[in-house]
Each structure stands twice: as structure tokens, then as C-alpha cells.
Write a protein that binds this ligand. Structure first.
Ligand SMILES: Cc1cc2nc3c(=O)[nH]c(=O)nc-3n(C[C@H](O)[C@H](O)[C@H](O)COP(=O)(O)OP(=O)(O)OC[C@H]3O[C@@H](n4cnc5c(N)ncnc54)[C@H](O)[C@@H]3O)c2cc1C
Length: 476
């Protein structure tokens, strides 16, 4: 029997196990996860910090999952070494585990800025917490009190989500960000400015173009310009680095991540890597959709279900999950208005927190930023996902008044297609929930959480419900 060993029981590892078992009931699957918890939806941790979701409700698998699917699951155990010659992995307190195929799904770890005092004896100093795991959330929840000054280090997507959640809990939040505008990976300066203004009205302060220089426990941070920001708690959300230490030790090719080709294979043909730890030329690292697409391709190949399967990259839509702020960014957002080979439209109304930028090429959406206009965001995302031409009335599209894009049949979507981007719910999960008895929109929302974020996916979920009701699909 073929033995597949997966290192890492996070969003990629858990998904891969599901995809493998769906295709093959007989292969042997072992998963080793360093965290003590069952796999959970990491994307939802911001809602846990905001207090709108419980840790329990973020679980991807229940306690019976491993037994029911005949999976050897080792929780709270770390793989220490890969022996490529004997094809085994070594754990601290167990016999070496042999593999025929090994998959590294070790994710990424938070990057801590090199400010004096943030790290003590190799660990985060007292009063400093990272924002990556369920345990981090528990620590943040335990420490963050109403009226407490808190600094969030990093004004990227996760930093903003953490800041909004903490402000919602009544903390006095300041975001310290080294760049001149927020979320610079996904936003242009105009959108970053409108976002800062909107968040400012919700009580969050910003120190932009600023670096943390020194941490004073219980007192706050000294910034590189010598100014002082009070903080009794510092939440570090300044970026991540791919977790590649096992691969480096094993002599695999590593650059920013573990280097893989279109079949997710490293330079050792028996070892693969997927998710945040992998570096594929077409991948935007650090997001869940590429990890899930990679898991589907790898499962096709490892089980022989589709030996021709290839991973060619993923087009990603980023949504901010922050109460009272609706923001979507997708594709190429940094093209300027005067770019000759693109049509670029921009509209802004900072006083109402609205900003929209649309980049069109060959009449199709190549990129967009939509802030404060959920209807426009939903339509533009559909156009982008499906690659269909944009309506000729561009202004109506930007203002959210264009008719939704002509719906492609739900039957045409792959099972891994993400329908609800706020909660990362795929078509496959909706179909499974429907088959398990969730046949109305509220029941589906309860079972999968689809539609419970911004609500922009409601039409798509209703379309799936109609399709499921009208036909008993043989396979999703
Ligand atoms: C707060 C937050 C919000 C986010 N929001 C979004 C979002 O809106 N959209 C989006 O696309 N992405 C988002 N992300 C990113 C998304 O969560 C990651 O892209 C996704 O989790 C990657 O999955 P992964 O399995 O590769 O890594 P992870 O989920 O990090 O899992 C890796 C697992 O491997 C384990 N591991 C590592 N080394 C070993 C070892 N040697 N032995 C055993 N186990 C090991 C780790 O403990 C971990 O449990 C967010 C992340 C965070 C933290």
C-alpha cells in the first residue's frame, strides 16, 4: 500500500488529506501537526480576535474525522528531520515514519521586526504577541482589555484586521507601519488613504512611514523618529516567512520558499511542498486559495486520478474581514491611469469612505480595488473570476449599478472554486453540506458559514442551491 506522509496539519495539509481520501480509499495517509488543535480555518482568526466567532467554530475537522477516514493523525508532534536516504521522517518521541511520498505543508511563521527588546531569549518578550495561531488569539483575548493602549505592528491585511478587532473590543489601537500607506501590496496610495480615514473614524490611529526602534515593557514603543507610542500590549503582524527549516536541513532547494515545479515536486522527486511554505513561479504566497488549488492538483497526481494535472498559479481576490469596512482588491491594482495599454478608471469619495479603481485590458477586468461599495465589489469579482467582458457602462459598474455578470452555470465551476471568500467556503463544501441536509440558505449558512461575511456571495450560493435542487449531481 502506498504510504503518503504529510508534515503540517494546517489549511493546506488538512485539505490535501481530504482530497486524497476523496479520490482513493486505500492509500495510507499519515499527518503530523505541531499544533495541539485539530486543523482550523486560520483565515477566520481575525473574527475570533474581534469576538464574533468562537475558536470551536473555526474547526475544519471534528474529533471523529481521522478515525472515520482511516487517517493516522499525530497532533502536537513536530517532525524534526527528513532522512531522504531511508525515506523516513523523525519525530521527537516516536519511531521514524516511512514514506513513499512526503508532502511538506509547514506553512509560514510570523516575521518579527528587529526592534530592540521585542525578543528576549529567543522568545517574544512579555506583552508582545504574534498573530498566527489559535493559541496567539487566546493570548490576545486574555490580555486585551477595554481602554488598554495597544500597538499593532504592521498595516497589511492581517494587521488591519487585528486592529479593527481590537478596536471593536474597546482597546485604544495604534497601527505602526513602515510604508506611507496601508496594505501597499493590495492598495494604491489613494485607496490606502481612504481606508486610513475610514478606520480613523472607528477610533484607530496610524503612524505611517514609521519603524519600531525599541520596546519598553508595560510602557510602549519608541519609534525611529524618537517619538513614543504608549502600549500595554504589542501585536506583531508585520509579515510572514515560509517555514522551510526542515527542507533546508534535508538539502532541498529553498529560495524564499521550498522551490516546486508545476507538479508541486521539489528537487527530490518523492518530496512535494504545498501552501505557504512552497514557492511556485505562479503563486502569490501567503494566501489560502493557492494552497487549496495546489492540494487538489497534488491529490490528482499522488492518487493517479489525473496524472496530467498541473498547477499553473491562482488568481487571487483579497477581502478585508473587518466590521464596517468593505474592501476587495484583485489582480493588477498598481497600473496608473495614463498607462497606454490599459483602461484605468478611478472614483473616490473619501468623506463616505468610498474608493473604486478598475483596470481593464481587452475589455476584461485585470485588476480592481473596491472600498465601501459591496455591490460593485461583488459584480467586479464575478467578472474577474469568470474572465467575461465588462459592461460598456463603466461608471455604472464602478458605482455598483451594473447588472450582475451573466452567471456561468454552477455546474461548470470546479469543486475547489471558492464561493464565499470571507469564510473560504468552496463549491465542494457547499455541495457536501447540501448532501448532508442543508437545503436552504440559512441552513447552508449555518453549516458552512457561506454568506455570513460581507454577503457578496449570496447570489452565487443561491445559484448553487437552485442547481443542486434541479439536479442530483453525480460529482461536484
Ligand atoms: C489572521 C490571519 C488571517 C488570514 N486571512 C487570510 C485571508 O483573508 N485570505 C487568505 O487567502 N489568506 C489569509 N491568511 C493566510 C492563510 O491563513 C494561509 O495562507 C494558510 O493558512 C496557509 O496554509 P498552510 O497549510 O500552508 O499553512 P498553515 O495554515 O500555517 O499550516 C501549517 C501548519 O504546519 C505546522 N508545522 C510547521 N512545521 C511543522 C513540523 N516540522 N512538524 C509538524 N507540523 C509543522 C504548523 O504548526 C501549522 O499548523 C490569513 C492568515 C492569518 C494568520
Amino acid at each position: 500500500m502506498r504510504r503518503i506522509v504529510i508534515v503540517g496539519y494546517g489549511m493546506a495539509g488538512a485539505r490535501l488529506a481530504d482530497e486524497l481520501r476523496r479520490r482513493d480509499q486505500d492509500i495510507s495517509i499519515t499527518i503530523i501537526g505541531a499544533e495541539p488543535h485539530a486543523a482550523y480555518n486560520r483565515v477566520l482568526l481575525s473574527t475570533v480576535v474581534a469576538g464574533t466567532m468562537t475558536p470551536e467554530s473555526t474547526r475544519l475537522h471534528d474529533d471523529r474525522w481521522a478515525d472515520e477516514h482511516d487517517i493516522d493523525l499525530r497532533l502536537g508532534q513536530e517532525v524534526l528531520e527528513i532522512d531522504r536516504a531511508s525515506r523516513t521522517v523523525t519525530l521527537a518521541e516516536a519511531e521514524p515514519i516511512p514514506y513513499d511520498a512526503l508532502v511538506l505543508a509547514t506553512g509560514s511563521t510570523p516575521w518579527v521586526p528587529p526592534a530592540e527588546g521585542l525578543v528576549e531569549d529567543g522568545k517574544l518578550a512579555s506583552g508582545v504577541v504574534a498573530f498566527r495561531t489559535l493559541d496567539d488569539c487566546a493570548e490576545i483575548e486574555a490580555k486585551a482589555q477595554k481602554g488598554m493602549p495597544v500597538v499593532v505592528l504592521g498595516g497589511g491585511l492581517l494587521g488591519i484586521e487585528a486592529a479593527r478587532g481590537l478596536a471593536g473590543r474597546g482597546c485604544l489601537v495604534t497601527v505602526v507601519h513602515p510604508v506611507g500607506h496601508l496594505m501597499e501590496r493590495q492598495l494604491d496610495p489613494g485607496a490606502g488613504g481612504v481606508l486610513a480615514r475610514t478606520l480613523g473614524q472607528l477610533g484607530i490611529e496610524f503612524r505611517l512611514n514609521a519603524l519600531a526602534a525599541k520596546y519598553l515593557p508595560g510602557d510602549g514603543l519608541v519609534l525611529d523618529d524618537g517619538s513614543h507610542v504608549p502600549a500595554e500590549l504589542v501585536v506583531v503582524s508585520a509579515g510572514v516567512r515560509a517555514e522551510t527549516s526542515l527542507a533546508v536541513k534535508a538539502g532541498l532547494e529553498v529560495d524564499r520558499g521550498i522551490v516546486v515545479d508545476d507538479v508541486l515536486r521539489t528537487n527530490d522527486a518523492r518530496i512535494h511542498a504545498i501552501g505557504d511554505c512552497a514557492q511556485h513561479p505562479g503563486t502569490v504566497s501567503g494566501l489560502v486559495q493557492p494552497a487549496w488549488d495546489q492540494a487538489a492538483v497534488l491529490a490528482d497526481r499522488l492518487t493517479g486520478a489525473n496524472p496530467a494535472a498541473r498547477y499553473r498559479g491562482t488568481s487571487v481576490v483579497t477581502r478585508l474581514k473587518a466590521r464596517d469596512v468593505d474592501l476587495a482588491a484583485l489582480g493588477d491594482v498598481h497600473t496608473d491611469v495614463d498607462c497606454p495599454d490599459s483602461e484605468v478608471l478611478c472614483f473616490q469619495e473619501p468623506s463616505r469612505g468610498r474608493y473604486a479603481k478598475l483596470v481593464l485590458r481587452d475589455d476584461r477586468v485585470a485588476g480592481a480595488i473596491v472600498l465601501g461599495a459591496p455591490d460593485a465589489a461583488a459584480t467586479i469579482t464575478q467578472l474577474y473570476d469568470r474572465g467575461i467582458p465588462a459592461p460598456t457602462d463603466r461608471l455604472a459598474l464602478l458605482l455598483g449599478r451594473a447588472l450582475p455578470a451573466e452567471a456561468a452555470s454552477p455546474a461548470d465551476l470546479p469543486s475547489s472554486a471558492v464561493i464565499c471568500r470571507c469564510n473560504t467556503v468552496s463549491k465542494g463544501q457547499i455541495v457536501s453540506a447540501w448532501r448532508a441536509g442543508a437545503e436552504t440558505l440559512p441552513q447552508l449558512a449555518e453549516a458552512t458559514r457561506a454568506t455570513t461575511g460581507c454577503g457578496g456571495c449570496k447570489d452565487a450560493v443561491c445559484g448553487l442551491l437552485d442547481w443542486l435542487g434541479a439536479s442530483q449531481p453525480a460529482s461536484a
